[in-house]
Every structure is written in structure tokens, then in C-alpha cells.
Design a protein around this ligand. Sequence first.
Ligand code: BGC
Length: 510
Amino acid sequence: MAKRPEWLDNAVFYEIYPQSFKDTDGDGIGNIKGITEKLDYIRELGCTAVWLNPCFDSPFGDAGYDVADYYKVAPRYGTNDDLKELFDCAHKLGMHVILDLVPGHTSWDHPWFKESMKAQRNEYTDRYVWTDSIWEEPAGYGTLRGISDRDGSCIVNFFTHQPALNYGFYKPEKTWQQSMDAPGPMATREEIKNIMRFWLSMGCDGFRVDMAGSLVKNDPEGKGTISLWQDIRKFLDEEFPEAAMVSEWGEPDKSLAGGFHMDFLLHFGPSHYNDLFRCEKPFFEGNGDASEFVRKYIESYEKSERRGLICIPSGNHDMDRLARHISEEKRKLAFAFLLSMPGAPYIYYGDEIGMRYVEGLNSVEGGYGRTGSRSPMQWDDSINAGFSSAPSDKLYIPIDPSGDRPTAKAQMGDAGSLRSEVKKLIETRQAHPALQSLGEIEFVCDGAPGKPLAYIRALSEEKILVVINPTGKEYTVDCADGDVIYSFGSYELKAGALTVNAGSAVFMEL
Ligand code: BGC
């Protein structure tokens, strides 16, 4: 296993979408100083780390996942010094900050791409993946064609304006497909190390890596991409052994082999994550089915040698807000699950207060249907919910217009609020190592229709039974006597049996 920073083991992350968190200069868009100002809020909730979505210079065609300068904070967010100040302030509070590294593609506005489009050979000719003729459109890839003097089509990774960086092909099959160790792909790899070196030297604690499994092309089993990340981990172990690496990959057997400390459970692909939170009958709303999720979870848990380092997010900037599908009391049960699973939990800003998906918005900066989950944080009942002093029509994305929108201020003053429950759950997790990232998990009940989710978390001598019952009927589990360390709703404990009532959750130390 890669060397790991100790702080990661009990980390609870808070994901911040910088444009929507807090605006301190009244231009209608969030900034880094705003995040620094609000670190106390995040720490008070109990979170120990922050994942910051891309904050680098960009034309913002995909909200910053289209980088134009990896070494420069986007002026609308502030300066590199502001980011350094954020790192320093976080460290003073005992917190850590990971940045979003987008190694797979850049913006088509990136100076490397402009050079790469030129017909004359230059340093950046091989920085991207080009065919050697405009008439060749490689099957299975999106391409950019007819925009350059250079004769060739350029492979793109996501949107059309995001040309793919060249890390080579695991098995090159055509003349234009370079091997992983060809000079062009090796130069790209070294440049990514330089970028990491730059921010880590400034005080950043690691990276969430965007589309980490997609770098090497024609690599169906991921073998080339795994070896590439192993090489990057080797560099980190030598120069920055404390750097934390979390991948957006969704296949922990591969990402952990590549030297990542943790992987994300994805909301697309085979994970069945959406069965729990976002589908017609989500499990946590009470009448759904979690059993396929559990089956897939155990499968990848076993494949990664029972290292349960799969981070489960409450949501993120790519999916619907939790509140769009699950009612408030049931969301408390969803958080009981999120905060008692292996891997580090990730709370998407505003999910802790039940921020809603804002319906009917036009797409902003490549958000499309994701835009409604990216609206400004609701701090209080002042102008623009305390997000910004700009005129409301100048806000980057409108605030949730509903009269009863939740705010951090109101929820902090209410012991029965969602935020108070989330805070209590984080405290419980932090007090019990078995509930944290490295504790093992054994399922007792798989959440099939009408059944709850129940599992035992264990680390060293500590063993905790977790029962989360969003269904409409009670559930009894035979168990040794123990101490209830957390409960929501109601339960009954009689010799040898714990009954957890409908809509309730219990954590019991055995
Ligand atoms: C990010 C998206 C982004 C895409 C392309 C994803 O994994 O989370 O927001 O649009 O990568 O970079």
C-alpha cells in the first residue's frame, strides 16, 4: 500500500464549489477569500478536510474542468497568494485541503493546445492525441476536426472543447498512436508532476483526481493507467510522502493498485449508488431496494482485498441534490449511512442544511442539468442569503428563490435540524475508530425491499453494529448486549435483541 497521511484515516471532507460558496468582493461569484472566511463554519460542523473544485484559470466552459493555466488561480477567485493563505489557515485549524487535479484534458484555450494546433513541429506537437490525417476519425473517441493548420483530428475527453492530453496508448495499433514511453507522453507525465509539485510545495495536502482512470488510451483493463499512477506515486513518496490522493475512478481494485489512497463511489456505471438516493424509489425514502448496491459494494470490497477505501459522497456538483429525492427526516438516515461507512465521507456544500435542487435554471458554464445543484450557499436571511452583496441579477447562478429555503444560520440554532444531526453523526464517527475509513465492514442485512441496512464495523477490539431502517416497519436483529452510541428515532433493546423502529437508526457498540 502507498504511504498514507495519517489524517486521512478519520477525515470527513466538505466539497466546495468555489464559485458558489461565499463572495467577499461583491462581484456575484464566490472566491477563495470567502472560503477562508468560512473555514470556521466547516470546522464547527466537524469536517476536517476540504475538496476544492477546480479553481485554476479557465474560460469556464465546463466550470473550470477546462483548465487554461494549471499554475494560476483564476482571477475571479483571487490570487495564488489567496490560495496559500487558505492552506495556511486550514492548517492552523487542524484541517487539510485537497485540490481538484484535471490531468486528462485541458481547455482548447490552453497555450499548449494552441501550439499543438500548429502545422510546424514544436514542443507541444505531441502533448495531445492527434491522428495524422484530418480524414481519420478514430472509432470510439470524440474528436475536434478542421480547426487547425495541422493535418489531423484531435481526440477529446468530455466536451468538444476539452482536448485529451497525450499519455500514450497501452497497445498502439496505428502509426499516430504513441506508446506510453514515447517522448511526447513522457513529457506530459512530467508536466503533471510539475503541477503537483507546484501546489504541494505551496501547502496543498493532496488531490482529488478527475477521471483518473481515463489517461492511457486503448487500455481496457487499466494496466497502463495503473502503471502511470504508480510512477506518479513513486515521485510523491520521494518528494511529498504526505500527499493524499483520491481518485474519481470507481474501481478501487485498480486505483488502489495505482497508489491512490482512496477511490470514489461513482453515481454512474455499475455501482447502484443511485438506488440509495436518486431514483424513482430511493432506498432511503423507505420503499426501495439497496441489495444490488450492497452486492456491488461487497464485490469491489473483496476485489480490493477488503480495503474499504471507497468514498461515498452525499452528492456533488455533477448530480441532483439529495433533497430532490429524499425528504428531510429520511435524509437524516441517509447521513447516518454516509457517516458510518468505510472510506472518507464527502459532504457536498449545502447538503448538510438540505439545500434544494433549483428547478428551471438555464445552463451556466457547461452545467446543463447540473446547474440546479450548483446554486449559491444559503448562509442566513440577509440579502442573497448572505452569499454576496451583488445585485441579485448579477449572481453567477440565482439563489434558491423559495421562501422557506434552509439556511446555515437557522439550522445551527435548531437542535432538531438536519445540520445538527449531521454534526452529531460526525462527532460519533470521530469518537469511534471502527466507524472511520479503515474499519472493516460485514453486512448483516442488505436492504432488500422492506428490509433495513445493517452492518458491523470493526477495528482492533472495537465492534459497532449499525442498523438504518428507513422502511415502514420495525426490524429486530439478534445481538449481544451493548451500548447505544447513537440513535435517531426509536428503538427497543431487550436481552439478546435490538428492535429498530420504522424511520430510525441505531449504532450500538458490541
Ligand atoms: C467532473 C465534471 C466534469 C468532467 C470533465 C468530471 O468527473 O466531476 O464536473 O465535467 O469530469 O472534466
